[in-house]
Design a binder for this molecule. Structure first.
Ligand code: NAD
Ligand code: ZN
Length: 367
């Protein structure tokens, strides 16, 4: 049977349903929670041929009408004003009223785009997430952040819009390219380091999950969603100065800088950048005497075992330290130009810190 996790937010609560074959139950799960019986489905051109038929059938069986199917090209470029306008237009053309639900079937790109359209049309339509990448199941579908990219940068336009329901079917991960699966694992490992016992589990059972063991994958998704939803309910609108959602940025100050240097080109996936970032953040913590000296080695060994790059030197290209430093100063999470890191004393014991000397960071990147 699927696992159910209740996310309790101030005004609204919703369920995350996790397990093998959850997509086949989508209609039944939605019928219990939605007032209307009309939906608009947003997906991408790679995911739709693989998984949309299952969803369609499940919706029809539960008495839902699909008012529109909107497919965008796969890839980050679809999180644009142009595709946002298309989704909004087609949703309105489907005779939108406040009971029309928007359903995202896809990875984080589709979820962020569809979620932002759902937040915007008639100032908010019910939104259902069917995340189909590991990254989307453990990270982007939880937390309520939606949005698109602009020429000024990634995720700069968006809204908080919580879903009514998240349906994470772990069986759809079987069609996911292995590189994408591994990239999603970087966020699972990050959640492990934030949570504690989940880290130990990752070290022993992570490789099994990466080989496709359904029980291990479902456990990884469930525990990740628990951790992320706990952090998010504490800090729903990212207003906390210390701790809170900022902790989810473990490994990301470094990761974002590497990603930005690669131009979000697919040359380096977000999760790959985060894997290197987790290694660096742990190394920095060890050099500052905060965590044990063997911790960076453990983190890198685990990430390497599941097939992720763990050092900047693992990448096929070279980076300018000066440019990486400038990127980290400009990171939107930086405060007054001071780089902000999430540091670790031990798995389950992390905190945000803005007082790390630039010299220390530069040396770390050079070594
Ligand atoms: P993605 O949506 O681009 O999906 C990756 C690739 O996998 C795509 O080519 C897609 O077509 C393909 N794919 C998806 N599911 C598949 C399946 N089951 N089988 C075969 N192919 C499949 O990328 P992603 O990594 O899922 O998401 C990245 C996006 O998520 C970024 O835009 C990022 O900003 C966003 N994000 C948002 C949040 C948030 O809180 N909202 C958090 C983290 C990341
Ligand atoms: Zn991330």
């Amino acid at each position: 049977p699927p696992e159910r996790l209740r996310v309790a937010l101030s005004q609204k609560a919703y369920d995350i349903v996790i397990g093998e074959g959850v997509l086949r139950r989508a209609g039944a799960e939605m019928a219990q929670r939605l007032e209307g019986r009309r939906v608009v489905i947003v997906s991408d051109q790679s995911v739709a041929p693989l998984h949309l038929p299952t969803l369609r059938e499940s919706l029809a069986d539960a008495g839902f009408t699909v008012a529109a199917e909107i497919l965008v090209p796969p890839g980050e470029a679809s999180k644009s004003f142009q595709h946002f306008e298309r989704v909004v237009d087609q949703t309105l053309s489907a005779k939108a009223d406040r009971r029309l639900a928007v359903l995202a079937l896809g990875g984080g790109v589709v979820g962020d785009l569809a979620g932002y359209a759902a937040a915007s049309v008639l100032r908010g339509l019910p939104f259902v997430q069917c995340p189909t990448t590991l990254l989307a199941q453990v990270d982007s579908s939880v937390g309520g952040k939606t949005g698109i990219n602009t020429s000024q940068g990634k995720n700069l336009v968006g809204a908080f819009h919580q879903p009514k329901l998240v349906l994470a079917d772990t069986s759809v991960l079987r069609t996911l390219p292995i590189r994408e699966l591994r990239a999603g694992w970087a966020e699972v490992a990050k959640h492990g380091l934030l949570q504690g016992p989940l880290w130990d589990w990752c070290e022993t059972d992570g490789p099994r999950a990466m080989k496709g063991d359904p029980e291990a994958l479902a456990h990884a998704v469930l525990e990740s969603c628990k951790l992320k939803s706990a952090v998010v309910t504490e800090d729903e609108f990212e207003t906390k100065a210390e701790g809170g959602r900022a902790l989810l940025n473990l490994g990301h100050t470094f990761g974002h800088a590497l990603e930005a240097e690669c131009g979000y080109s697919g040359q380096l996936l977000h999760g790959e950048a985060v894997a290197i970032g987790l290694g660096l953040a742990t190394e920095l913590s060890a050099r500052l005497g905060l965590c044990s000296q063997e911790m960076p080695g453990r983190v890198r060994e685990h990430l390497r075992e599941v097939g992720l790059p763990v050092r900047i030197a693992d990448l096929p290209r070279r980076f300018s330290i000066g440019r990486l430093m400038a990127r980290m100063r400009a990171d939107k999470k930086a405060r007054d130009g001071a780089m902000r890191f999430v540091l670790l004393r031990a798995p389950g014991d992390v905190f945000t810190e803005s007082g790390v000397s630039e010299e220390m960071v530069r040396t770390l990147l050079t070594d």
